[in-house]
Write a protein that binds this ligand. Structure first.
Ligand SMILES: CC(C)(COP(=O)(O)OP(=O)(O)OC[C@H]1O[C@@H](n2cnc3c(N)ncnc32)[C@H](O)[C@@H]1O)[C@@H](O)C(=O)NCCC(=O)NCCS
Ligand SMILES: Nc1ncnc2c1ncn2[C@@H]1O[C@H](COP(=O)(O)OP(=O)(O)OP(=O)(O)O)[C@@H](O)[C@H]1O
Length: 197
């Protein structure tokens, strides 16, 4: 049985970077955002159900994120309807991955781990965190969104403080070396508990 380790954190807090550090320690990694990209691509399982709900969102047989964002701008309530279609498909993709993994620990990188209740099916949870000003600077540095857009996303996510309080482990992503040391410590603790089980 694979140990299911749920990894979350607010936007730009360092989920993908930390997941790579777990992979370096021999853990398997499943990424919810990557699953959504697969589901939205041509032939992906979310295309037909979303076409039914929002025909304007589909372009060349795939879900257009730009079109979705335009639709969401005029009706933010649509997000809940999109989530109702997408989240069960994401859960199915995750279950298939867990069926095939051979690693002792599988890290599941899930931005909305607590919001979707997926934490309940994990063996342990981790929240990655860093000071809010560093988080904002890192996200804005990418040049992919304005501060207003970032604030809208933050308003749709559970506050960092609440995520930290709920998680079994917290990793501070101030430097790569510090994060790596925390990852190694968590992996050692879990492997020790698996060996004693
Ligand atoms: C709204 C969409 C079109 C924006 O796409 P885009 O490529 O611009 O951004 P991306 O997906 O990388 O998300 C940007 C940030 O918003 C966050 N975010 C995405 N969806 C949600 C959501 N439903 N609630 C809160 N935050 C969200 C992401 O975690 C990330 O931090 C897209 O995120 C989407 O279709 N979301 C609905 C499906 C979903 O819930 N995905 C979350 C992972 S399971
Ligand atoms: N431990 C760390 N030390 C220094 N910089 C880091 C660390 N972790 C992440 N970063 C930097 O912070 C930024 C965001 O990291 P990353 O892309 O891993 O976050 P994310 O939580 O996966 O983002 P998103 O929510 O958008 O998917 C990147 O520029 C990355 O290089």
């Amino acid at each position: 049985m694979t140990f299911k380790l749920g990894l979350t954190g607010s936007i730009g807090m360092g989920k993908s970077t930390t997941a790579k550090l777990f992979a370096e320690e021999g853990c398997d990694v499943w990424d919810a955002d990557a699953a959504v990209h697969r589901l939205y691509s041509k032939g992906g399982l979310a295309v037909e159900p979303l076409r039914h709900l929002l025909p304007e969102a589909i372009e060349d047989g795939a879900v257009s994120r730009e079109n979705l964002k335009t639709l969401l701008k005029s009706d933010p309530n649509l997000l809940k309807e999109i989530e109702r279609i997408v989240h069960p498909l994401v859960a199915q993709d995750r279950a298939e991955c867990l069926e095939h993994t051979k690693a002792d620990i599988c890290v599941l990188d899930i931005p909305l781990l607590f919001e979707t209740g997926s934490d309940k099916s994990m063996d342990a949870t981790i929240c990655v965190t860093v000071d809010l000003d560093i988080q904002k600077a890192r996200v804005l540095e990418r040049g992919t969104m304005t501060e207003d857009q970032l604030d809208t996303i933050l308003a749709n996510q559970m506050p960092d403080e609440e995520k930290r309080a709920r998680a079994d482990f917290v990793i501070t992503t101030d430097t790569l070396e510090h994060a790596r040391a925390q990852v190694q410590d968590i992996v050692s603790q879990i492997r020790a508990s698996l060996n004693h089980a």
